[in-house]
Design a binder for this molecule. Structure first.
Ligand SMILES: [Zn+2]
Length: 414
């Protein structure tokens, strides 16, 4: 048992480091159940640079600073978090407690998945999985972030000599969505360790190579640990503009700039050109170069949605009937794991956006590019309690296997 002083020192070391103070900020849930209301709300968020934290079919969650409160009076918004900084501080206490527990329980193989980890810890864990299962897993770098952090990719496939199809998975592109990388590491570990033991995983890995980038925005992610828990974008300095960062998930080379912001201060700022950001350029190069692609998924939070194409337009994808079936199947299978309720929708049903990875997978690579929005539905938002990391990992691992089974049987674009 560590001394109380050590625990307090750990807590203080992190809690005192925040450079952004959210005291008095609220999270408000505003109804968007008519097209007029939706347009009005998004008009306000765009005009005043209000951060949209979560999107639902009939509402949005907004991060509102005190001086903007009157904008939302009369709009039927409900305060769901009274003081965002207090919530961040409370979360910091549980984070440090759970990290201490992890350090003290190295023999529990699930202990890693009961807390959150820094970028360095994620890289170390992925490397250790590859070292433990060298016949199925291999780690390499696919580039560098703007600040020079390694962008890593792990490839996992069975040992048979048959030519493999490829499925690509990404997470972490939005820095503050911590459960994404946590889930990706859970998936990586379970694919690697279940090969040769679990019949379904073995069959899939003998047919498919999974190519996984668990943390594709390492600068932003590191910044959420050091400075600003609510940071979303990368850390581009935008040529001296006072506002930093580009939203990497508006920067892909697909209808770039048509449904995103050209204001560097906006949370959905799309950058100076399509694929202007090194993190996006590197991912586009990596994925373009993969052989025999049959699927791709980008993992985000929050909202509990399994989203199929398209995101940039409300038009239906030519394969809508079959991809809707795929989305519905994933939702049903997720529910069977721990009872969680996800919804199967088209991406654009939340709000059409451009330059997103899932559209790039779909439009540019001709895949059924999916986007998963993981837990929860706004109660905890980006800082899902540690106790939910493992169940989220379990249900999304199931979702990935269902997607893989389905595209292996049904996707044929050759
Ligand atoms: Zn996201």
């Amino acid at each position: 048992m560590r001394s109380v002083a050590v625990v307090l020192a750990l807590i203080f070391a992190v809690a005192s480091a925040w450079s952004i103070d959210y005291t008095g900020y609220t999270v408000q849930r505003c109804s968007t159940n008519s097209e007029d209301k939706r347009d009005l709300l998004y008009g306000i968020t765009n005009a005043f640079g209000i951060d949209v934290l979560g999107e639902f079919i009939d509402s949005v969650d907004l991060l509102v600073e005190p001086k903007r409160f009157d904008l939302f009076q009369g709009l039927k918004c409900k305060v769901i978090v009274e003081d965002v900084q207090k919530k961040i501080d409370d979360e910091e206490v549980t984070l440090q407690a759970s990290r201490l527990e992890f350090l003290q329980n190295k023999n529990d193989s699930d202990a890693y998945h009961k807390t959150y980890h820094t970028y360095d810890e994620i890289i170390a864990k992925v490397n250790s999985i590859a070292a433990q299962y060298p016949s199925v897993a291999r780690v390499s770098s696919y580039g560098s972030s703007l600040e020079g952090r390694d962008l890593i990719v792990i490839r996992i496939k069975g040992t048979t000599t048959t030519t493999k199809k490829t499925i690509y998975l990404n997470s972490g592109i939005h820095a503050r969505e911590w459960v994404g990388p946590a889930t990706a590491v859970y998936i990586i570990q379970n694919l690697a360790e279940k090969y040769g033991k679990d019949a379904e995983v073995t069959r899939l890995l003998d047919a498919i190579e999974f190519v996984i980038t668990p943390e594709s925005n390492p600068d932003g992610y590191s910044f959420t640990w050091s400075d600003d828990r609510m940071w979303r974008k990368n850390r581009n300095n935008n040529q001296g503009n006072r506002c930093k960062g580009v939203d990497l998930n508006r920067n892909f080379d697909v209808y770039w700039g048509t449904g995103s912001s050209n204001n560097p201060c906006a949370e959905d700022y799309h950058g100076t050109a399509a694929a202007s950001e090194p993190e996006v350029k590197a991912m586009q190069n990596l994925v373009t170069g993969l052989a025999n692609k049959i699927g791709a998924i980008d993992i985000h939070s929050y909202g509990q949605y399994i989203m199929r194409p398209y995101g940039w337009t409300n038009a239906l994808h030519p394969d809508e009937a079959i991809i809707r079936q795929l989305g519905n199947q994933i939702v049903a299978d997720i529910s069977d794991v721990n009872g969680a309720t996800y919804s199967s929708i088209r991406s654009a049903e939340l709000y059409p956006v451009s330059g997103a990875s899932d559209d790039w997978f779909t439009v540019k690579l001709n895949l059924w590019g999916f986007c998963f929005e993981l837990r929860d539905r706004g109660l905890y938002g980006f800082r899902l309690p540690e106790a939910q990391i493992l169940p989220t990992g379990q249900e999304i691992f199931r979702a990935i296997l269902t997607y893989a089974d389905f595209v292996l049987a049904n996707f044929n674009k050759d």
